[in-house]
Design a protein around this ligand. Sequence first.
Ligand SMILES: Cc1cc2nc3c(=O)[nH]c(=O)nc-3n(C[C@H](O)[C@H](O)[C@H](O)COP(=O)(O)O)c2cc1C
Length: 302
Amino acid sequence: MKKKVLVIYYSQTGQLKEIAQNLVQPFEKNQNYDLDYYNIQPKKEFPFPWDNESFFGVFPESFAQLPAEIKAPPENILKTDYDLIILAYQIWFLTPSIPINSFMKSEYAEKLIKGKRVVTTIGCRNMWAKSQEKMKLLVKNVGGKLVGNVAFVDRHLNHISVITIVHWMMGGKKNKKFGILPKPGVSEKDIMNASEFGELIIQADQNNNYNNLQNDIITAGGSNIKPFIIFMDEKANKMFAIWSRFILKNTKNRKKKLKFFKIYLLTVIWIVSPIVYLIFLLTYPLRIRQIRNKKTYYSELN
Ligand SMILES: Cc1cc2nc3c(=O)[nH]c(=O)nc-3n(C[C@H](O)[C@H](O)[C@H](O)COP(=O)(O)O)c2cc1C
């Protein structure tokens, strides 16, 4: 009997969909597998391209992981007993995006994922470490067994990727800002080569042994995070928690609070973080062991 694989995803620009489709190419090509795709659909769609107000407007709920309503998955998918789940998600404000979080907190997630092996696949700018911690918990809460994680990121300098992703998210086109900056998002080469990781997953499945999958993914470069990005992710999560609670406390002055949050965020990105980066570099030798431990911790599954 054929094995059944379900790819669960949500994608606004199509980038993550393309990554997921390429990742599962080895399964598509293998006659022993049947593949289904489930595209999460929020009842109220999020805009793309974004405008300033809607972009910052999703911050409090996104960070607090408050679910929104989603449409029910098709009946035939809900009825199928899958052998493997590929869970492809993007990150909004250091957290699994509202659509994926809403699915993971819905009744459908347990139905589809309970007792199943799950490989998470991230497509984001570059800051995914703490978000994956939240995803680990979401998978655990619905009784899934996380067996792998592959992260696809923009490999350009952090500040360059901030400029280019804003250009993409607000303008709607994945092209070069001013005609000279690099293209935003995950590179075409990395998207094309996603099937390399699919090969590792199918091998693990065929051997019915997933014990080494994450190590193989790490060796192939699929779970790499820069130390400073981890550092910023951890610090920003603490601050975002305070901001999100403050904005959600009551609806009064929400717009004003969001404006302050935006100013705060831009100040941190453009003024605070370059200074912190310098300090981070100067104190790097003192932190080498801690940095190595964190890199290992976040790239693994436990
Ligand atoms: C509201 C919003 C917030 C985002 N926050 C982050 C973030 O915190 N970290 C990150 O690496 N990428 C972030 N991104 C980029 C997304 O993770 C993702 O790469 C991009 O939205 C394209 O994904 P998609 O078209 O497949 O949905 C954000 C995007 C949006 C729209």
